[in-house]
Design a protein. Structure first.
Length: 169
């Protein structure tokens, strides 16, 4: 029942048109096979059920949208609060990204600090093919905005131009 609703709508309209034509005895339908009304009826019923499910799903998504948005905002607030509990190397890495204005940066995949930040949800790995020595890491938008705001007053100028993945830290 998760078929494409535009296709189901096209089948429904075509079937309803054929059934309507047979109901009103249109002359051009006499050349069509005798089994066509039965097939059109079955196709119309099936497509109507797909359309009904699509309408119900859309209505439920519309009804639950505010609840899902509030739950997402609550989760993001808790996640942002966890920024204060980060160990110093992980906080340094996020501050370095903000200081260098690089929301997406590449680093070794097996770096323990980037792995920890990915596990905690403060970094993500964009989809695609990557190499383990140059894996792209992205800071989520809501985390990036909070970091920029928090570090606006901080003295992070000394972090500009550093290359934290060229040495052990």
């Amino acid at each position: 029942m998760t078929a494409s609703w535009p296709v189901a709508l096209a089948v429904f309209l075509a079937g309803a048109g054929i059934l309507g034509g047979y109901h009103f005895d249109m002359r051009y339908l006499t050349a069509l096979p005798a089994w066509l009304p039965g097939a059109a009826f079955i196709a119309t019923l099936c497509s109507a059920s797909v359309l009904t499910v699509a309408i119900i799903r859309s209505a439920l998504q519309l009804i639950t949208r505010p609840f899902r948005r509030r739950a997402r905002e609550k989760w993001q607030a808790q996640h942002i609060a966890a920024l204060d509990d980060l160990p110093e190397p992980e906080a340094f890495l996020l501050a370095w990204a903000v200081a260098n204005k690089t929301k997406v940066f590449s680093a070794p995949y097996f770096n323990p600090h980037t792995k920890a930040l990915v596990a905690k949800g403060f970094l993500s790995i964009p989809p695609g093919n990557h190499r383990t020595d140059e894996m792209p890491f992205a800071v989520p938008d809501y985390i990036w905005d909070v970091l920029k705001e928090q570090l606006q007053e901080a003295d992070i100028g000394q972090l500009r131009g550093l290359r934290p993945f060229d040495r052990r830290w």
